[in-house]
Design a protein around this ligand. Structure first.
Ligand code: PMP
Ligand code: GLN
Length: 381
């Protein structure tokens, strides 16, 4: 039995592809999990947490240690002070921060502008809260935010817009002009901005701009991030939402009944992660830039049109040279016949067919895994 609200969503594309990939022993460039792990010192901190009594319920809003580490990291990144007691909430990954934001902030019938292609949890957030999504499409090859398209998505019921930068799956890092247009829209129509910044440490071009730092945006922006990508521990599922107390109230109201709190020792480890030396981030970016170049060059050699990502650890390519009807049949063939798993991006679109000619590959993988996938793909051509 599945509620009517969730019937359109079935199982996630990541669950389906991962299962098929395992069944066929495919080289997995599908789901975005690293094949390597984060810093040993961070892992050791979580182990110390387990050993040293961090094993009972932590406070619902998150441990004081992790909330102050989030606030201090925010201060270091933006120069802006946030109050860890009133403006930071620890959640079970960015996924729960998103769910708590939707459930705690919106009423049935409120409209939320989503940018497609989108991370698949966003429309589900709407379904969980009764909010109505209004979609704005990013178009290849540039995948730029179009201010006019944003404006025409606004109605008298619009309450919020959700921006994901760096953006999964296009790899766009929205620039200042695009984000100023979003900020302008929010200020003029009194909208809340939800920004999903889980790929904030994978940026290969100009700086990552945080929407909350633009004029008049701190008071209306909910900034969401997590440990998973930045520290190569996606299984830790520890994230957070930063927002002024008025917006934090809704998030906390939902969070206390969704999960109440997040495993104590993982919060202990996550606080250590956020206190790591700044040099770590530069090394991570260098590692990922090299992996991006390796995969992009390899895919181009094979003859695919590749949209080089400015951020994240994903790359979109146009699979039409291979002659398949759509992304689902292409990816099915890849997994079952070629032995390479990828994600069919049509799962990330509602109003546009553009995903059907695209395929998403993840490069958060050891170089031999990337090379093995490229060798198999080359034989296909
Ligand atoms: N947002 C985006 C854009 C993502 O790609 C992911 C990946 N899982 C998430 C949120 C969820 O992050 P977490 O694993 O911290 O829940
Ligand atoms: N964010 C990951 C990706 O885009 C997937 C996370 C999940 O499986 N829900 O690949």
């Amino acid at each position: 039995m599945v509620s009517q609200r969730l019937q359109p969503f079935g199982s996630t594309i990541f669950t389906e592809i991962s299962a098929l990939s395992r069944e066929h022993g495919a080289t997995d460039l599908g789901q975005g999990y690293p094949t390597f792990e984060g810093p040993e010192s961070v892992k050791q901190a979580a182990i110390d947490g387990l050993r040293n009594g961090w094993n009972q319920y932590p406070p619902s809003m998150g441990t004081a240690e992790l909330r102050s580490a989030v606030a201090d990291r925010w201060q270091a990144d933006t120069g802006v002070t946030v109050d860890p007691d009133r403006e930071v909430t620890v959640t079970s990954g960015a996924t729960e921060a998103l769910a708590a934001t939707f459930i705690g902030t919106f009423d049935p019938g409120d409209e939320v502008i989503l940018i497609e292609p989108y991370y698949d949890a966003y429309p589900v957030g709407c379904a969980l809260s009764g909010a109505v999504p209004r979609f704005v499409t990013l178009h290849a090859p540039d995948f730029r935010l179009d201010p006019e398209a944003l404006e025409s998505a606004v109605s008298s019921r619009t309450r919020a817009i959700l921006i994901n930068t760096p953006h999964n799956p296009t790899g766009r890092v929205f620039d200042r002009a695009e984000l100023e247009a979003v900020a302008d829209l929010c200020r003029r129509h009194d909208l809340v901005a939800i920004t999903d910044e889980v790929y904030e440490r994978m940026v290969y071009v100009s700086d990552h701009i945080r929407l909350a730092t633009l004029d008049g945006m701190a008071e209306r922006t909910i900034t969401i991030s997590s440990i998973g990508k930045s520290f190569s521990f996606t299984g830790w599922k520890t994230g957070w939402a930063i927002a002024v107390p008025e917006l934090t109230a809704g998030i906390r109201a939902a969070h206390q009944f969704l999960t109440f709190t997040v495993p104590n020792a993982m919060q202990y480890g996550s606080a250590a992660a956020l206190r790591i030396d700044d040099s770590y981030y530069g090394e991570l970016t260098d590692l990922y830039r090299a992996k991006r170049d390796r995969l992009v060059e390899g895919l181009r050699r094979i003859g695919l049109e590749v949209y080089e990502p400015q951020g994240t650890y994903f790359v979109l390519a146009d699979h039409r040279p291979f002659g398949f009807e759509d992304d689902v049949s292409f990816v099915h063939h890849l997994i079952t016949e070629v032995g390479v798993a990828a994600i069919p991006p049509s799962a990330f679109y509602s109003i546009s067919d553009e995903g059907k000619r695209l395929v998403r590959f993840a490069f958060c993988k050891d170089d031999p895994v990337i090379d093995e996938a490229l060798e198999k793909l080359a034989e296909m051509g």
